[in-house]
Design a protein around this ligand. Structure first.
Ligand code: NAP
Length: 200
């Protein structure tokens, strides 16, 4: 049963594909910050991404559901996939604030690298009013995001984040295994659908 009160982590990412590093990061942040729930939110159209096609939203959604199903603290939201237009975190947080109501603190969790560009995001001050930011990174890469006050952001190191989605895509394209880097269901889904097999 999901908690109906307590702080909520909002795990934002492209999840192309989701991997064990993402799950370890969500679990570590939930433990450290005492989160009652972590909702994974696959991005719809990540507007600052260029140079490579993103896998269809329905595939990224299906893999995220498969990956999170076994953990009672984890849920998945379609708010970014179902909203037309580019994905802005301020819209994600407005939608989730409406869904969860005014009383549940929100913690927006994403890669510390992604937060490096935070000041270029749409309505960054409203984002900060809606949620506390959590940047997760692998050890040895402490990246205090520029332009962010210390009290607005927590940085948490997660060893398992040595796994990366780009490495997994490259491994599949080369015919190398990704078993034990992604949950079994995601490994099977990638094999069955042929995702990432063609590097292009
Ligand atoms: P990205 O640039 O693809 O990712 C940058 C780095 O962060 C990569 O190393 C990535 O590793 C890691 N990362 C991304 N999400 C993560 C997560 N939830 N947990 C741990 N590591 C993560 O980032 P992105 O996926 O496009 O964007 C991340 C989030 O920021 C999304 O929710 C997106 O909507 C939001 N964002 C918002 C704006 C805006 O509002 N204007 C602009 C940019 C991003 P992997 O590739 O292994 O995940």
């Amino acid at each position: 049963m999901l908690a109906t009160s307590g702080p909520v982590g909002v795990m934002g990412g492209t999840f192309d594909p989701i991997h064990l590093g993402h799950l370890a990061a969500a679990s570590e942040v939930a433990h450290r910050l005492g989160l009652a729930e972590v909702v994974f939110v696959p991005a719809g159209r990540p507007w600052q991404k260029s140079g490579r096609p993103i896998s269809p939203g329905d595939d990224r959604w299906a893999m995220t559901v498969l990956a999170t199903a076994a953990d009672p603290r984890f849920t998945v939201s379609r708010v970014d996939l179902d909203r037309p237009g580019p994905t802005y975190t301020v819209d994600t947080l407005r939608d989730l604030r409406a869904h969860y109501g005014p009383d549940r603190p929100l913690f927006f969790i994403t890669g510390a690298d992604a937060l490096g560009q935070f000041r270029t995001w749409r309505d960054p001050d409203e984002v900060l009013a809606l949620a506390h930011l959590v940047g997760v990174s692998r050890p040895g890469h402490p990246l205090p995001p520029p332009g962010l006050a210390e009290q607005s952001v927590s940085l948490i190191e997660v060893p398992a984040l040595a796994i990366s989605s780009s490495d997994i895509r490259a491994r599949v394209a080369d015919g190398r295994p990704v078993r034990y880097l992604v949950p079994d269901g995601v490994d099977h889904y990638i094999g069955k659908t042929g995702l990432y097999r063609d590097r292009a």
